[in-house]
Design a binder for this molecule. Structure first.
Ligand code: KG4
Ligand code: ZN
Length: 339
């Protein structure tokens, strides 16, 4: 008999619900919250309120798109962390009551682990190639930057991580300094397409091993623009495209240098990227070049599975369902990574 899992994601500012039939995706509906643009960043209180407004319509649509009835669901998977506690609580509370009401298992999932497992989502029609274990995943989101050795669905070893800001923060904070609205990452990507990435250069951090650091980049951009703006108040506006292209290239180079190091260190050349920053078009292009240059086997997620989505929660839920890993009703969300 077919297994249907409903996934619910509410860790930050996207309310998302998805239905998966084993590994085949049937629906993936996301309501993004525009309200935060006014404040230049996510306002936790407003995020949880928006989740409360969005969660029922989003789940309703996900079931309708999947063309299934709630009584056909076999389990409910939800994001238990890391993320904003108030936001997580909305998804978790809904998942708990829905599972209890339907008398089906409740499955907690980890948001970071789920970003990586998004690579195993199959389209509803056809089959796509998935990475073989062990592989290396560069996990780059708004809150995390890690190089992960993925040994199995739930056996992952962090080989390196950021010691300060995440790659997504490097994009968003650089954008903020330039007066580009939140979230800056996608806009830097868009503006970079029209700019010269060799126009400006910014220093690379000196961090040992496979760890990253991005806070120095932010400071050097801040001082550079402060000095240039003293000479010409319109410097940023006049050079916006070249600045975006140069900053983006610096972030991509920093990420790829460590990725190459990880390949050398482990001898594994099967590489995946995951998390919101994996949507970056410059990074995607650079990785496809590496695939040819270095003979890597590269896995790039579909855009809808790069940024926050519930499809990745549903697939993680399915793999836990196979292991009978269910959660109790008294489980509570966590804001920070367990590892
Ligand atoms: O995974 P995600 O959606 O949420 C978290 O779990 O944090 O990642 C959000 C991050 C933000 O910092 C956003 O600016 C960045 O991903 N992002 C991008 C792009 N799309 C989203 N950064 C660069 N280029 C993009 N196209
Ligand atoms: Zn995320």
């Amino acid at each position: 008999m077919s297994t249907f899992i409903l996934g619910i994601e509410s860790s930050c500012d996207d309310t998302s619900a998805a239905v998966i039939n084993e590994t085949r995706i049937l629906s993936n509906i996301t309501a993004s919250q525009r309200v935060h643009e006014l404040y230049g960043g996510v306002v936790p209180e407003l995020a949880s309120r928006a989740h409360q407004q969005n969660i029922i319509p989003v789940i309703d649509q996900a079931l309708k798109h999947a063309n299934i009835n709630k009584n056909q669901l076999n389990a409910i998977a939800f994001t238990n962390g890391p993320g904003l506690l108030g936001s997580l609580l909305v998804g978790a509370s809904f998942a708990k009551s829905f599972a209890a009401g339907l008398n089906i298992p409740l499955i907690e999932t980890d948001h970071i682990n789920a970003h990586i497992l998004a690579h195993f989502i199959q389209p509803n029609n056809g089959t796509k190639e998935v990475p073989k274990f062990p592989f290396i995943c560069l996990l780059i989101s708004g809150g995390h930057t890690q190089i992960v050795l993925v040994k199995d669905y739930f056996s992952m070893e962090i080989l390196g991580k950021t010691i300060d800001d995440a790659a997504g923060e490097a994009f968003d904070k650089s954008a903020k300094i330039m007066g580009i609205p939140y979230p800056g990452g996608p806009l830097i990507d868009k503006f970079a397409l029209h700019g010269n990435s060799g126009k400006f250069s910014f220093p690379h951090p000196t961090v040992s091993g496979l760890d990253f650091s991005f806070s120095g980049l932010k400071t050097s951009i801040l001082y550079f623009l402060r000095d240039k703006s003293k000479e010409d108040v319109d410097f940023i506006e006049k050079n916006k495209f070249d600045l975006c292209a140069s900053i983006q290239k610096t972030i991509i180079d920093i990420l790829l240098i460590k990725l190459e190091k990880a390949v050398k260190q482990t001898g594994i050349n099967c590489i995946a990227i995951a998390g919101g920053v994996s949507a970056n078009s410059g990074l995607r292009k650079a990785l496809l070049l590496k695939q040819i240059e270095k003979n890597w086997k590269v896995f790039i997620p579909k855009l809808e599975y790069s940024t926050d989505n519930a499809a990745m929660i549903a697939i993680s839920g399915y793999f836990k369902y196979l292991k009978n890993e269910f959660s109790e009703q008294n489980i509570s969300p966590y804001s920070r990574s367990k590892k």
